[in-house]
Design a protein. Structure first.
Length: 378
């Protein structure tokens, strides 16, 4: 098992492909009606797994790129302002990651300060309803509920100690239970942790537009899973009542300016008034829940199995540039270097020793030179 620049690039390409599939599949209700939400969740997990574990396994085969990859490599190893292009881009990458990291940390601090500044509600109706919900789920977790005029949409935050934010409005008992149940299910599903993890990925890969697509798709997928989890516990006639509760929240939010809290990391909102298509999809799935429930489970299992197999199969290849290396330092002969017969060993001084057929051939300073960039480092 080895890690190379090219195994990382291959994983990044596959990561983007998985996100593209998610963006195509998730909005299509016909797919969700037939296969359910689980395959979409599995695709999200697959794309994240493929990004994080960018390794070459013993059975990995090298696919040679004769034109595209060498041209890209030449671009990145070119010099500009007395620096290699890849060094300049790497500096920009790090600077951007630092910026987004401090932004998310500030949001977490803001969220914590806001939760501590707001007084916990003393409304007996709200407290009683929340206690009933936690009791029914056999959980004794303490839930802090706060209300504020600056909040227009019910939401939940907190990784260990959940805090539910409610607007000041007169919800009926039924509406209140539906709203609190929705936020509580998010906490039980650990959705705040999931969002935080994806946000950290976006901090690292802020320059990749597919990462931002993933964040949007994840948010909608978690809402769909939460809705389906709630209505699965209800009688069919209560599905419409649940929808009416959501509609009331939307109407209330439309009459107010959204609080800046809406974009904070770790926040999960009941509704998003900026995504009409997403809300329409949630309504359609709830209204057609019985049809979804009667879907062929075998077909869902087959799709999930196919996704898992695709992940395994994706480790079967890695794309590398094809080249023949010129003369190696300290030797007068010319050797053909390939990843199958050659490798590098990093020295303490930052240089690399070149081995061909397990024979030491010389030392190089820059492993990203075109002739050596595809070699594994041992």
């Amino acid at each position: 098992m080895i890690i190379t620049v090219f195994s990382f690039v291959t994983s990044l390409i596959l990561f983007n492909i998985y996100i593209f599939l998610i963006a195509v599949i998730r909005p299509r209700n016909i797919f969700l009606f037939r296969f359910g939400i689980i395959p979409v969740i599995l695709l999200i997990a697959a794309c994240i797994f493929r990004l994080i574990f960018f390794v070459e396994l013993p059975f990995t085969r090298v696919l040679r790129s004769e034109v595209i990859y060498p041209a890209i490599l030449d671009f990145f190893t070119a010099e500009i302002f007395e620096m290699h292009v890849y060094e300049l881009l790497f500096a920009v990458w790090i600077a951007g990651s630092i910026y987004y990291l401090q932004k998310y940390i500030r949001q977490l601090i803001f969220l914590n300060k806001l939760a501590n500044s707001l007084i916990e509600t003393q409304d007996e109706r709200i407290i009683s309803c929340m206690n009933e919900i936690t009791t029914e789920s056999n959980k004794n977790t303490k839930v802090k509920i706060v209300q504020s005029n600056e909040i227009s949409v019910p939401m939940i935050a907190g990784f260990f100690k959940p805090v539910i934010y409610l607007p000041y409005t007169n919800f009926t008992d039924v509406d209140l239970k539906n709203i609190l149940m929705h936020e509580w299910i998010h906490f039980l599903h650990k959705d705040a942790w999931t969002k935080l993890f994806v946000n950290l990925i976006s901090v690292v890969f802020w320059w990749n537009p597919f990462v931002h697509i993933l964040k949007n798709e994840l948010s909608q997928t978690l809402e769909l899973r939460c809705d389906l989890s709630i209505i699965s516990r209800m009688e069919h006639e209560n599905h419409l009542i649940y929808l009416e509760s959501i509609i009331k929240v939307i109407k209330y939010a439309n009459n107010k300016s959204l609080h800046k809290l809406r974009s904070a990391v770790g926040i999960t909102q009941l509704v998003s008034i900026s995504g009409n298509e997403n809300m329409t999809q949630r309504f359609e799935l709830i209204l057609n829940y019985l049809s979804c429930k009667k879907r062929n489970m075998l077909s869902s299992v087959i799709v999930c199995a196919f996704i898992l197999l695709s992940v395994v199969a994706s480790y079967g290849f890695v794309v590398q540039p094809a080249h023949i290396a010129p003369e190696v330092t300290e030797h007068d002969d010319v050797y053909i270097i390939t990843p199958e017969t050659s490798y590098l060993v990093q020295n303490e001084d930052g240089t690399y020793s070149v081995y061909i057929d397990n024979n030491y051939m010389g030392t190089i300073e820059n492993r990203y030179d075109e002739q050596f960039s595809s070699l594994p480092v041992k």
